[in-house]
Design a protein around this ligand. Structure first.
Ligand code: GTP
Length: 317
C-alpha cells in the first residue's frame, strides 16, 4: 500500500496516513496503525504539498475520540464488544433447508493494552454489511471482518436463538411445533476458527429411587439438558436434540391428546433416570459419535418433591 503523509486538518500535532479505500490512519508514535474513521461519501482531497485540505465532515473531525486515547494501565482486555443485540438469522434446518429465527447476539474482540476503548459502532457495521439477515454460513466471514475492522487478533461471535421442530404426538400422530434453544459460540484467533454448538432441550425424568420404594407412582419432573460440542464436521441441531431426548425418561411435546398422555406417562415409568443417568447416557452416545471431539453435558432437574434442583455435569477432557 502506497502511503501518503499529511497533517490532519484542524487537529494539531497528529499525522495522518492515507490508506486504501479512503481510510485515514493515525500514525501513532509507537507505530501501531489505528483506523480512525471511514470516509464513505465524498472524496478526500490532498493538495500538492500533501496537506489535507478537505477533511469532511467537519463536525466529526472536531469531535473528541475518547476510545482512541492511550491507556496507561498496561492491561490487555480479552473480550470487549456488544451483547444482547437481537437480529434476524437464518440457520440450516433438515426439514425446510433454512429456518428463520431471531438470535440474541454477542460480538467481541480483544483490545491491546495501549488503547482506551474499542469502537462499538463497528460491530454493528460488520453485522449490517451482511444484510438484514445473518446466515449461519457467514459466521467465519463475520469473524474475519471483525478482526479486520477492529484491528484485533481474536474475534468472538455468539448467537443464541429459539430453534423449532415439528413433532408428532406418539399415538395420535398430531403435529405440534416444539421449541428448543440453540447457540453458536465461534471464535477466530488469527486464521483459526473454533466453533462450539450448544443445544438446550427440555425432557421428562422419572426418579428410579422413588419408583423402587413407593407403593404407588414415582415423582417425575421436567429437566433441562444442555449439551456443548466441538466436532470435526457440522452436526445437525436436530440430531443433537434427538440424541439428548433418547437419553431421558421421555421427551416433551407441545400437543398431546389423551392417548398420547397415557403413552408418555407409561414410557417415563418404564425408563426411570436419575440426573446422573441422564448425563451419563448422553456422554456415552457422544463418546460413540465419530465426529464429536469435545463435549460438556449438563442436566438440571426441577424437582417436584423439593424446592431445589438436581444437577449433574460431565465434560470430556
Ligand atoms: N468503547 C466504548 N464505547 C462506548 C461505550 N459505551 C458507549 N460507547 C459509545 O459507542 C459509540 C461508538 O463509538 P465508536 O465506534 O468509536 O464511534 P465512532 O468514533 O463514531 O466510529 P469510528 O470512527 O468507526 O471509530 C460512541 O458514542 C461511544 O461513546 C463503552 O463502554 N466503551
Amino acid at each position: 500500500m502506497k502511503k501518503q503523509v499529511a497533517e490532519g486538518f484542524g487537529v494539531e500535532g497528529l499525522r495522518w496516513i492515507m490508506g486504501k479505500n479512503g481510510q485515514i490512519w493515525n500514525d501513532l508514535q509507537n507505530g501501531v496503525g489505528l483506523l480512525l474513521w471511514m470516509m464513505p461519501d465524498g472524496p478526500i482531497t490532498m493538495s500538492k504539498s500533501e496537506r489535507m485540505v478537505d477533511l469532511k465532515p467537519n463536525h466529526v473531525a472536531k469531535m473528541q475520540d475518547k476510545q482512541n486515547e492511550r491507556d496507561h494501565r498496561e492491561l490487555r482486555i480479552d473480550k470487549v464488544g456488544v451483547r444482547g443485540l437481537r437480529f434476524p438469522i437464518q440457520i440450516r434446518d433438515k426439514a425446510h433447508v433454512l429456518q428463520n429465527t431471531v438470535a440474541t447476539i454477542g460480538m467481541y474482540v480483544d483490545l491491546p493494552k495501549e488503547f482506551k476503548g474499542t469502537h462499538m459502532s463497528r460491530f454493528i457495521e460488520v453485522l449490517n454489511a451482511h444484510g438484514n439477515v445473518v446466515h449461519v454460513e457467514n459466521i467465519t466471514e463475520i469473524l474475519h471482518a471483525m478482526q479486520k475492522k477492529l484491528h484485533a487478533d481474536t474475534a468472538h461471535l455468539e448467537m443464541e436463538f429459539p430453534f423449532f421442530l415439528t413433532k408428532k404426538a406418539p399415538v395420535s400422530g398430531m403435529e405440534g411445533l416444539m421449541d428448543y434453544t440453540a447457540r453458536f459460540d465461534a471464535t477466530a484467533s488469527g486464521k483459526e476458527i473454533d466453533f462450539v454448538l450448544t443445544v438446550m432441550a427440555a425432557v421428562t425424568t422419572l426418579c428410579p429411587c422413588s419408583k423402587a420404594i413407593s407403593q404407588y407412582s414415582a415423582h417425575n419432573q421436567r429437566g433441562t439438558v444442555t449439551v456443548k460440542i466441538r466436532s470435526k464436521q457440522a452436526i445437525w441441531i436436530e440430531d443433537l436434540i434427538a440424541l439428548v431426548e433418547s437419553c431421558a425418561s421421555s421427551e416433551l411435546y407441545s400437543l398431546l391428546k389423551r392417548q398420547d398422555e397415557k403413552a408418555v406417562t407409561e414410557r417415563a415409568y418404564e425408563n426411570p433416570v436419575f440426573v446422573e443417568d441422564l448425563v451419563r447416557n448422553v456422554a456415552l452416545k457422544l463418546n460413540a459419535h465419530q465426529d464429536v471431539t469435545w463435549y460438556k453435558v449438563e442436566a438440571e432437574n426441577y424437582e417436584s418433591i423439593h424446592n431445589h434442583n438436581a444437577y449433574a455435569c460431565i465434560e470430556k477432557g
